[in-house]
Design a protein around this ligand. Structure first.
Ligand SMILES: Cc1cc2nc3c(=O)[nH]c(=O)nc-3n(C[C@H](O)[C@H](O)[C@H](O)COP(=O)(O)OP(=O)(O)OC[C@H]3O[C@@H](n4cnc5c(N)ncnc54)[C@H](O)[C@@H]3O)c2cc1C
Length: 275
């Protein structure tokens, strides 16, 4: 029986700042007058970016660098100026970690092309054997929508049936191959099972649901949101994921992503495109 799964995004981690050690560092640089903003005033990822940027010119307070006679104390304006001037390398210091489940190899194939600033751990189809069901996410474009006219609704329904049949057929073929290679027996060692599992994955379509962990720095995240939370050009699945990640980042990291706005199509457009 085909198994439909949802796509779920879990924000499982993010950069945190050790304020005591930052104080020791600032004092070491004789930036004793610089007050570290309270936790309520700034998130840790934004604070780390601001501290790294301020270290460049020693612009924690006027006079610390004799060339600096005034400093921006408003962190929102300070970070906005970094974005406006394209000095985005400091955005690479802070990272968010996402576990994403239920996505297909259509998604991972596209996502994993983004090499700069990302760490990737994707579920292994070499080691993980399918059980009775081969799970998949029904694309948004085939899901029911109350706004559809009768013709479109009928085409979608017929398409969903074909998807179910295609995955159902694959499940039957996959089970047959498991039977041929005695995989249901408990007698085989791990090496044997791995070799058979790795071989058999070739008959499974790229729509099969998988998952993994993707960790991206703030500069890389801004880039991928710009490219992939863009409704006219992005593939529907990566758009589905990154429009949610865009919303989450705008809500949680207003100082770093506050220049992104959502248009009527649901795309997220930044004011500062290349940082
Ligand atoms: C709508 C759309 C359609 C696409 N169609 C295809 C397709 O048909 N075929 C295909 O193969 N790919 C396709 N891609 C993938 C695309 O070509 C990129 O490989 C992918 O989006 C990764 O983005 P990126 O190159 O910006 O790399 P990222 O790793 O995200 O890099 C971010 C930025 O860092 C810089 N950078 C990264 N690596 C280097 C480097 N080695 N040297 C110099 N600068 C670097 C660049 O400025 C780059 O934009 C498509 C992407 C989109 C969004």
């Amino acid at each position: 029986m085909p198994m439909h799964v949802p796509i779920k995004i879990f924000c499982i981690g993010q950069t945190s700042v050790n304020r005591e050690e930052v104080r020791r560092w600032l004092d070491h640089m004789e930036a004793t007058g610089y007050e570290i903003p309270e936790k309520e005033a700034v998130t840790d990822p934004a604070l780390l970016i601001a501290l790294a940027a301020k270290r460049c010119y020693k612009s924690f307070e006027p006079g610390l660098n004799p060339n600096v006679t005034k400093v921006r104390t408003d962190l929102v304006a300070y970070i906005d100026n970094i974005l406006a001037s394209g000095h985005g390398s400091v955005f690479e210091h802070s990272v968010y970690n996402f576990a994403i489940e239920g996505v297909s190899r259509v998604f991972t194939g596209e996502m994993n092309r983004h090499r700069a600033g990302w760490a990737i751990s994707e579920g292994s189809m070499r080691y993980i054997r399918f059980d009775k069901d081969i799970p998949f996410w029904m694309p948004t474009s085939l899901q029911e929508n109350p706004n559809d006219d009768a013709d479109l609704a009928a085409r979608k329904k017929a398409s969903r049936l074909v998807f179910d049949q295609a995955f159902g057929q694959t499940e039957k073929f996959y089970s047959e191959l498991l039977r041929i290679w005695d995989m249901e027996e408990g007698s085989h060692n791990f090496h044997y099972k791995k070799r058979v599992t790795s071989c058999l994955r070739r008959i499974v379509g790229m729509g099969v649901a998988t998952g993994g962990v993707w960790s991206g720095n703030m500069r890389a995240l801004r880039h991928v949101i710009t490219m992939r939370a863009d409704e006219p050009s992005a593939e529907e699945e990566i758009f589905y994921v990154f429009s949610q990640i865009a919303k989450l980042m705008v809500e949680r990291e207003g100082m770093l992503f506050g220049d992104f706005e959502q248009d009527a199509n649901g795309s997220w457009k930044p004011k500062y495109r290349k940082v």
